[in-house]
Design a protein around this ligand. Structure first.
Ligand code: F6R
Length: 254
């Protein structure tokens, strides 16, 4: 595990974009596992900027997103499908036929989960999985208590997640209560994982994820067992860790 200390959100975003960019340059047909939410927006902006400068090409890239709300279609402004198009895909030359996201309008849970697992395996697995972390330690929408063996599944969103994500909706009642999410097993099978975190709200979850017991109660704690994990977090998100440790420029926690 390498943990890089970023000064702030913009610094975190640039550092994360650097790693994604390196992945694409080293393997132009890379499979990227992508996330939504506030954490990756700056990273996507930076990648768009480099694409526009001519430094990056997404034409051979495949993407698989972590999750989608059940009940929201791709044209719904709160769907993750819409989020990905407006924050990233519409601004780069990725082939939309190679951008995958769970179908929130599919009511047949088993059919959708099987379809999504098959997509991940057919594209040869994920080269680089980008993750944010919930303030309850979730990754994807794998809420506390989710078995580490899970593949794509239907999730009941926790109270904490509903409260945190209601900021995007008119009111908490308008929020979907369920989602499809890649499982922890899918995430752990990615060849490389890049976890990003910004802000004080993430400091407790990040501390428990990296230093706490490995337990389904803190889903992100399983990442300690991944053999190629890079964490990029800003000073606020790392504040709890920095109260007892220092981080070397090479990303080692001392
Ligand atoms: C998003 C996702 C979630 C978020 C997490 C943090 O696709 O799977 O795990 O990464 O909830 O969200 P933000 O970045 O909005 O704080």
């Amino acid at each position: 595990m390498r943990v890089y200390l970023a000064k702030n959100y913009n610094d975190m975003s640039r550092k994360a974009a650097n790693i994604i960019s390196a992945q694409i340059i080293m393997k132009p047909n890379a499979v990227l596992g992508l996330a939504t939410g506030s954490s990756p927006v700056g990273t996507y902006k930076q990648l768009i900027e480099w694409y526009k400068k001519g430094d990056l090409d997404f034409s051979e890239v495949t993407s698989v997103n972590l999750d989608e709300y059940i009940g929201l279609g791709p044209e719904d402004k709160n769907s993750y499908s819409y989020f990905m198009r407006s924050n990233f895909f519409d601004h780069i030359n990725i082939d939309s036929k190679k951008t995958y996201i769970p179908n929130g309008l599919e009511n047949d849970e088993k059919k959708e989960c099987d379809r999504y697992n098959l997509i991940i395996s057919r594209c040869g697995g994920i080269d680089l999985q980008l993750l944010g972390i919930g303030n309850n330690g979730h990754i994807g929408f794998n809420e506390p208590g989710t078995t580490f063996e899970s593949e794509t599944h239907r999730v009941t969103l926790s109270e904490k997640t509903l409260a945190a994500n209601s900021r995007f909706f008119e009111s908490i009642d308008k929020m979907p209560k369920y989602a499809y999410s890649m499982g922890i097993k899918n995430i752990m099978q990615a060849r490389r994982i890049l976890l990003i975190a910004s802000g004080k709200d993430k400091s407790d979850a990040l501390y428990k994820a990296l230093f706490g017991a490995i337990t389904p109660n803190v889903p992100a704690s399983i990442l300690q067992l991944h053999n190629n994990l890079t964490v990029i977090a800003d000073e606020k998100a790392l504040s709890q860790i920095l109260s007892t440790h220092t981080i070397s420029p090479g990303g080692h926690i001392l």
